[in-house]
Design a protein around this ligand. Structure first.
Ligand SMILES: NC(=O)c1ccc[n+]([C@@H]2O[C@H](COP(=O)([O-])OP(=O)(O)OC[C@H]3O[C@@H](n4cnc5c(N)ncnc54)[C@H](OP(=O)(O)O)[C@@H]3O)[C@@H](O)[C@H]2O)c1
Length: 256
């Protein structure tokens, strides 16, 4: 049975977003799929022929293109009752040695776009008195991450913002959940030029498993969802361990 009428999923052209779109379609939820790769979005729309799929290509790092997605969320004609803020990417390497423009572009997508879309979607949902927002953060947002300093900070924003929004919107009928995945088999690592070949198999989850846990979490309105036992242990230890130990662990993982 369909939990939602129509969901807008960002980053639906690959990985976790693609898995979320497929799961939602299999339950009968109509979709608006957003990403830059229009060929992949169109192929997905053709495959998910059991539901109505709108293809909305946009580079979320471009304010004009982002505005089109904000306008779609505000449109009361075919209202969106689930917003999945999933699009994002990582940048690997020591901050001062890297490409600053790429780091700032990451903030544009991981932080600015997520905040603007949450505003557009959240205000429309609050006015209607119902709906939900699912934000994709990371376990990397739970403690500082040397070697991916800006990425970790961008996801720390998502965690803090999402949990505050959960509190603000609960009384107005809107559920907000933030999911913190760990290593997930997608294109994320190759796009970030991160060599994950030494990461042991037991640390990995499939995109579909993450999508399943995330969608179950947002249905309940769980403020923070951490998928998988290993990630739950990692998330718990960031609270228990001294911060210098957390920094050393993150530094060892990213090789910096
Ligand atoms: N995989 C992991 O290990 C992991 C762990 C924790 C958190 N996450 C988070 O999970 C989310 C999804 O990532 P993934 O693992 O599924 O990686 P992925 O396979 O690389 O997918 C990333 C998605 O984001 C979209 N995207 C990136 N930049 C965009 C832009 N400027 N405008 C519009 N869309 C953009 C991509 O679409 P286009 O290229 O077509 O634009 C793609 O659909 C991200 O927020 C990531 O930070 C991933």
């Amino acid at each position: 049975m369909s939990r939602w009428t129509r969901a807008l999923v960002t980053g639906a052209s690959s990985g976790i977003g693609d898995a979320m779109a497929r799961r939602l379609a299999s339950e009968g939820t109509d979709l608006v799929v957003v990403a830059r790769n229009v060929q992949r979005l169109q192929a997905l729309a053709e495959e998910l022929s059991e539901v109505d799929v709108e293809v909305l290509p946009a580079d979320l790092g471009d304010l004009q293109q982002l505005a089109r997605v904000e306008a779609r969320l505000a449109d009361s004609d075919k209202p969106i009752d689930l917003l999945v803020n999933n699009a994002g990417f990582g940048v690997q390497g020591a901050f001062v040695d890297g490409d600053l423009d790429r780091e700032v572009a990451m903030i544009d997508v991981n932080v600015t776009a997520l905040a603007r879309l949450s505003h557009a979607g959240g205000s429309a949902m609050a006015a209607r008195g119902g709906g939900a927002i699912l934000n994709v953060a990371s376990v990397a947002g739970l403690a500082p991450t040397p070697g991916t300093a800006v990425y970790g900070a961008s996801k720390a924003f998502v965690v803090s913002f999402g949990e505050a929004l959960n509190h603000e919107l609960k009384e107005r009928g809107v559920k907000v959940s933030t999911i913190c995945p760990g290593f997930t088999r997608t294109e994320f690592q190759s796009r970030a030029e991160y060599d994950s070949s030494n990461v042991p198999g037991f640390l990995w989850q499939s995109a579909d498993r993450v999508a399943e846990t995330a969608l179950a979490g947002v249905e309940k309105g769980t403020p923070r969802v951490v998928p998988g036992a290993t990630n739950k242990i990692a998330a718990g230890s960031t609270k228990l361990l001294p911060s210098f130990v957390n920094r050393r662990i993150a530094s060892a993982i990213s090789d910096y």
